[in-house]
Write a protein that binds this ligand. Structure first.
Ligand code: SF4
Length: 357
């Protein structure tokens, strides 16, 4: 199996996907791409949340035309999602797109595929092959009976072969399925079959709640095995939520070096403060902190500081007040009403120290 560090590095705009332990988090806009203002606004919100690559649908010529203007107003690489129509791909490339998601086997005549590949080569644009269990080629469904991991990998290899034949190797591959065990198996088989970087995703995962659980189960399993160089969490929700979930998942596996983590207790009968609101407020606050700080929020001081010894900073509730502790040692007492503000200040100071050193 090719670990993500052993995959082929592929340039996507100013980023490299593959060839390292870095996993790039991406999302997709939900606006009409031709509505440049709304699309750019949404991309700015995504960028702020930590999105590193963003995809837009290019389903018509207006969308392909809009790419030029969108590109001028954003700073992360832009990917166009195209199905079948090679003319849209050519227009997107002409307008400065950084990556094209298109399956070469679905473009049609060889001359059209060659034209797209030529344009990609001339502009340094990679191609993502997107295999989806729900839209496998008819001959594979006939051969395997239903979408299997083998069928999905065979589909990927078929599209890869078309590009390789044209001496094109800037390829990224996804093998998405909404069935989590199927997606896991397909990605595992793909990681054994070729060394192009893999774009992970559980497609149609569902709502914020169910989709987060499904994505964490599927993508988490793969990330833990060293599979995947980029990922998109797909949720029926504001795409900013996809970024939040994706980043949290990477933090879980130590794959995000510039993000703060929250440790909070589940609460119990010993609780002395309104811990749930404090934890939510701090979680929200640290989402924009770009430093690897561990923050603990605990309901009481009985086990608190000890339970969170690995945290850089934290609070443990006491009656009407909180104990501020650093690296498991109590630093001072703070009245309950000032707890959140004081903790935020301390977090900022730690982040400053991190950025200065
Ligand atoms: Fe209970 Fe205190 Fe542990 Fe929270 S830290 S779960 S309140 S014992």
């Amino acid at each position: 199996m090719y670990h993500r560090t052993q995959t082929r590095p592929v340039r996507v705009g100013n980023l490299t996907i593959g060839g390292s332990d870095q996993v790039i988090v991406q999302s997709m806009t939900t606006t009409k791409t031709a509505d440049v203002k709304a699309t750019v606004e949404q991309i700015h919100r995504l960028e702020e949340a930590g999105c590193q690559v963003v995809r837009v649908t290019v389903n018509n010529m207006e969308a392909a035309e809009a790419i030029k203007e969108i590109k001028k107003n954003i700073s992360i690489p832009l990917v166009s999602d195209i199905h079948f129509d090679y003319k849209l791909a050519l227009k997107a490339i002409e307008n400065g797109i950084d990556k094209v998601r298109i399956n070469p086997g679905n473009i049609g005549k060889r001359e059209k595929v060659e034209e797209v590949v030529r344009a990609c080569k001339a502009n340094g644009v990679p191609i993502r092959i997107g295999v989806n269990a729900g839209s496998l080629e008819k001959h594979l469904l006939e051969k395997y009976g239903y979408p299997t991991a083998e069928a999905m990998v065979e589909s990927a290899l078929h599209h890869i072969a078309i590009l390789e034949e044209l001496d094109f190797h800037d390829i990224i591959v996804s093998l998405k399925a909404s069935n989590v065990p199927l997606a896991i198996e397909a990605y595992q088989k793909a990681a054994a079959a070729f060394n192009y970087p893999l774009h992970l995703g559980i497609t149609e995962a569902g709502t914020l709640f169910a989709g987060t659980v499904k994505s964490a189960a599927g993508l988490g399993t793969l990330l833990a095995q060293g599979i995947g160089s980029t990922m998109r969490v797909s949720l029926s929700a504001d795409p900013v939520e996809e970024i939040k979930v994706g980043r949290e998942l990477l933090k879980t596996f130590g794959l995000l070096s510039d993000a703060a983590t929250l440790i909070s207790c589940p609460t119990c009968g010993r609780i002395e403060i309104d811990l749930i609101s404090v934890a939510n407020e701090i979680e929200d606050y640290i989402s924009s902190i770009k430093a690897p700080i561990k923050v603990a929020v605990l309901g009481c001081a009985v086990n608190g500081p000890g339970e969170a010894r690995e945290a850089d900073i934290g609070i443990a509730g006491a009656r009407g007040e909180g104990l501020l502790f650093k690296h498991g040692e109590i630093a001072r007492k703070i009245p309950e009403e000032n707890l959140v503000e004081e903790l935020k200040k301390e977090i900022d100071e730690l982040a400053d120290i991190y950025h200065r050193t």
